[in-house]
Design a protein around this ligand. Structure first.
Ligand SMILES: [Fe+2]
Ligand SMILES: [Fe+2]
Length: 218
């Protein structure tokens, strides 16, 4: 009984309160420095650029896959057109692989919208493919025009940047040339002769631009 009173007195002199020990035990443990270390290696601007480029190439691959599925199923395209679409799809897969590696290297996460582009890209390709070979080519013209412009903007930004990677700039410039070649192939294959071409081009350009803006943010 006497001992308990002494302990209580000592605590009271130190803190002015009788619960000093209880207050101490409620303090949250400090976080270790390693808990706060960012996973992402790239600067935010570079991470954003790589994320949107990866999303674009992923979407492009899905568009060509959708086109190919629809054109093969409907029999609306001749062997030469099918070979052309397969060739463009192969090149998109190479572009996508390059960004897969860059994302891994720079520890950048892909867009959270990838599942949407998986379905949306395929549907866009399949829908235009079902409208016919020329509509599929019209879709290619519209998408590639936007993507080519997007890469050109990034190349220009890297040229102006003091810290921009020359290797990345060269890679993007090469991809822009290949996207432009896809656009020209689609023009030569009669894309501009598709029924309702101006409206189709306008709508698909709008969809592509919106997808780019969303992939930059999410
Ligand atoms: Fe591409
Ligand atoms: Fe392309």
């Amino acid at each position: 009984m006497t001992q308990r009173k002494t302990t209580s007195k000592t605590t009271s002199k130190t803190t002015g309160k009788t619960t000093s020990k209880a207050t101490k035990s409620k303090k949250k443990p400090r976080k270790k420095a390693t808990d706060k270390a960012p996973r992402q290696k790239a600067e935010p601007a570079l991470a954003r650029a790589l994320r949107v480029d990866h999303a674009g190439e992923y979407g492009a691959q899905r568009i060509y896959e959708g086109q190919l599925a629809a054109l093969e199923k409907s029999g609306a395209a001749d062997a030469e057109t099918l070979a052309t679409v397969r060739e463009m799809l192969e090149q998109e897969r190479e572009h996508l692989e390059a960004f897969n590696q860059l994302l891994h290297q720079e520890r950048v996460r892909p867009t959270a919208l990838q599942p949407a582009w998986h379905i949306g890209g395929w549907l866009l390709g399949a829908t235009t493919g079902l409208l016919g070979a020329k509509a599929a080519m019209a879709c290619t013209i519209a998408v590639e025009e936007v993507i080519e412009g997007h890469y050109a903007d990034q190349v220009e930004a890297l040229e102006k940047s003091a810290t921009g990677s020359p290797a990345l700039r060269q890679k993007l410039a090469r991809f822009a040339e290949e996207e432009a070649a896809h656009r020209e192939t689609a023009r030569a294959s009669g894309g501009e002769e598709a029924t309702g071409y101006p409206a189709l081009r306008f709508a698909i350009r709008g969809i592509t631009k919106a997808a780019i803006r969303l992939s930059e943010r999410v």
